[in-house]
Design a protein around this ligand. Structure first.
Ligand SMILES: [Mn+2]
Length: 351
């Protein structure tokens, strides 16, 4: 070998975004079975289950794709001027075992694992999986934070409040029905944003109304603007609920931004509006949990859906970091600027 091929010198350490064993956002892996109080501020739990998808399936691959295919560019949120990792300890808690075709076992496992997570950490993130999973995960959050005490803000193209779909009581079209009927969500504790298209039929809306739930059609969001809708939703949550669960069906985004999902519905939200909404909800309500559901990588293109889903989680984490710093008396700081330029008077409550 010639002298210039000697490969001498020390090993140069580092990490590139496309290398390594993937965890969500590059956060350390601590299995949910090993979580105990004070382990972390935030735990992220995958629920790879899609047997309840009514149309095209594939969201069982969602958690793994959000870990491996999304681009994590860093942790410093530019508009809020906060570094997530400076203020929050975040762990990837791995996945729930969801055996194929076994809905009862999958949902029971999801509830037990979610309960373990919500009992151990102040903030829980659940990665779907189809939307039927919100039934066990939100039930677990209600068990931890108060049955009938929590509120739920639901972003979706669809109401998901059916009694059944094709005879399936545990369909991804039914989780909100179960949460309302079980009393996990009581009157005035349920808000839906982004509904559109041709489903469900009127009786499902009559049911939601009978339970004191409210919905904001995409048409209403377009007419009023997202901030007017959020003002109303956030005020109601802050007035009525001691803890809030945010459930994001990625199909609330327009299919041009989220092709990788099972039941696409044209005419949806843009990512900038969804991220803005998620940030305001995390800053201005006592948010304790987030789920991101219905990400179906086999139907995705160029990882656009996976990246939008990943950023919904990161936007929430950045807002939680901002809120924690705000409550600790810290001031926003942006590099290269002497005066704070970000002010969020709405950072009202901690988790
Ligand atoms: Mn849904």
């Amino acid at each position: 070998m010639g002298e210039h091929h000697a490969f001498e010198g020390e090993y140069v350490d580092g990490m590139t975004p496309y290398a390594g064993i993937p965890t969500f956002g590059g956060f350390p892996h601590i299995p949910w079975q090993d979580l105990s109080p004070d382990t972390a501020d935030v735990a992220i739990l995958g629920v790879p289950y899609d047997n309840s998808a009514a149309n095209r399936p594939g969201c069982r691959f969602g958690p793994r794709a959000m870990r491996s295919q999304a681009f994590t560019s860093g942790y410093h949120h530019l508009p809020l001027g906060v570094d997530i990792t400076e203020w929050l300890s975040v762990v990837d808690a791995g996945d729930v075992h969801c055996p194929h075709g076994l809905t009862d076992i999958s949902h029971t496992n999801a509830r037990l694992a979610a309960r373990r997570v919500t009992d151990a950490v102040p903030f829980s993130v659940f990665l779907g999986g189809d939307h039927s999973i919100t039934w066990p995960t939100a039930a677990a959050v209600a068990e931890t934070h108060g049955w009938g005490e929590i509120g739920l803000i639901h972003f979706d193209a669809h109401a998901d409040a059916a009694t059944h779909l094709d005879g399936n009581l545990a369909s991804h079209a039914t989780p909100m029905r179960h949460l309302l009927e079980s009393g996990a969500l009581k009157e005035g504790h349920f808000e839906q944003i982004g509904l559109r298209g041709y489903w469900p039929p009127p009786e499902d809306f009559e049911f939601v109304a009978s339970q004191g739930g409210r919905w904001h059609l995409m048409e209403h969001v377009r007419e009023s603007g997202i901030d007017a809708v959020l003002d109303s939703v956030i005020n109601r949550m802050v007035d009525n609920c001691s803890a809030v669960y945010l459930s994001v069906d990625i199909d609330v985004l327009d299919p041009s931004h989220a092709p990788g999902t099972g039941t696409p519905e044209p005419g949806g939200m843009s990512p900038i509006d969804l991220l803005h909404a998620v940030r305001r909800i995390a800053l201005e309500t006592p948010l304790v949990a987030l789920d991101v559901m219905e990400v179906s990588p086999p139907f995705d293109h160029a990882d656009v859906t996976v990246n939008n889903a990943h950023r919904v989680v990161f936007e929430t984490l950045a807002a939680l970091a901002y809120k924690k710093r705000h409550l600790a008396g810290g001031a926003p700081h942006q590099p290269g600027r002497s005066a704070p330029m970000v002010r969020h008077p709405g950072a009202r409550r901690g988790t």
